[in-house]
Design a protein around this ligand. Structure first.
Ligand SMILES: [Zn+2]
Length: 307
């Protein structure tokens, strides 16, 4: 059992959404920042589906502690939206018949490939060195039930439709529950702005458009307040539209498609970080500002013909 006095994961009080969706909060310590993070438990007639496993076996165990009252008479299924450390590094807790909570783990084929990759092993080694308290015991476990584009789980009363939404990372998927018009968007949208993976700008904007076109009544994200709602998808799309417009003006005025440094990126396209984030939103500037810079670079490169 996890430390009940200081659990690493807490159930967020239901604020009016369908009670079959449990939202769990973890304060993620990463690179010197504390970032609020949500992961999800969907309780259907047949299955309890954990959407993301957080960072290690302890956080996975804390999720199971929250799910436990719902497991009687239901099969446990686990899913990963993508392979990033905050989403899939608790997988080992569910791996194999001798694990504490054996369960099939669902994810994209690309998610599995990432968790088997040398790059992800290097990321793990780095985090083990930087944050041993969180990562020393982590063993990377890829999902065991794989799909490329779409996977559907018939839970009886609720259907979970998994579909690829690349861009934040190439392996990313989101989940729609059509009976209640609910969307779990993972990191495909984020407040104040989504992180564009390497070469992922075009895919991310296409994924956001696809999510917006679904017109969900309710939408939840791993890194946004629970009341952000479907408007956040439109806000993220609007951010990229503004970014594109400013980059086009800058390029027409002679700005380089591949600026030498990040120091003047915001001035170069006249799009300060403060103008990029929604008014009144409190964010870890030091964490999200590099995300704005990465998006500027990606847009300049694409429009300028360098990518
Ligand atoms: Zn994340």
């Amino acid at each position: 059992m996890t430390n009940a006095a200081n659990p690493p994961v807490a159930l967020v009080p239901n604020q009016g959404w369908d009670p079959r969706l449990l939202i769990c909060r973890h304060d993620l310590a990463y690179a010197g920042y504390t970032l609020p993070m949500h992961v999800f438990i969907v309780v259907t007639e047949r299955y309890v589906v954990l959407v993301d496993t957080l960072i290690n076996a302890s956080t996975a165990e804390a999720l199971i502690d929250i799910a436990r009252p719902h497991l009687a008479g239901r099969q446990l299924l686990v899913a990963n939206t993508h392979a990033d450390s905050d989403h899939a590094w608790g997988n080992q807790y569910f791996d194999g018949p001798h694990s504490p909570a054996p369960a099939p783990i669902i994810g994209t084929r690309r998610c599995a490939a990432r968790l088997r990759s040398a790059a992800e092993q290097a990321a793990l080694a780095e985090l083990k060195a930087e944050q041993p308290a969180e990562y020393a015991g982590v063993r990377l476990v890829p999902p065991s039930i794989l799909f490329d584009d779409v996977l559907v789980i018939d839970g009886g009363d609720l259907t979970l439709e998994f579909f690829a939404t690349p861009g934040h990372t190439p392996d990313h998927c989101s989940i729609r529950l059509p009976e209640i018009s609910l969307l779990l968007a993972g990191d495909a949208a984020e407040q104040p702005l989504p992180f564009v993976g390497d070469g992922g700008l075009r895919d991310l904007r296409a994924s956001l458009k696809r999510l917006a076109a679904l017109e969900p009544r309710a939408a939840f994200y791993c890194h946004a307040p629970v009341d952000a709602g479907p408007d956040l998808i439109r806000a993220n799309l609007a951010y990229f539209d503004r970014l594109e417009a400013r980059c086009r003006v800058a390029l027409a005025s002679g700005a380089p498609a591949q600026p030498a440094t990040d120091a003047d990126l915001e001035a170069l396209i006249d799009f300060p970080f403060a103008a990029a984030i929604p008014p009144g939103v409190q964010v870890e500037r030091g964490f999200y500002r590099p995300g704005h810079h990465a998006a500027i670079r990606a847009m300049l490169a694409r429009l300028g013909g360098a990518a």
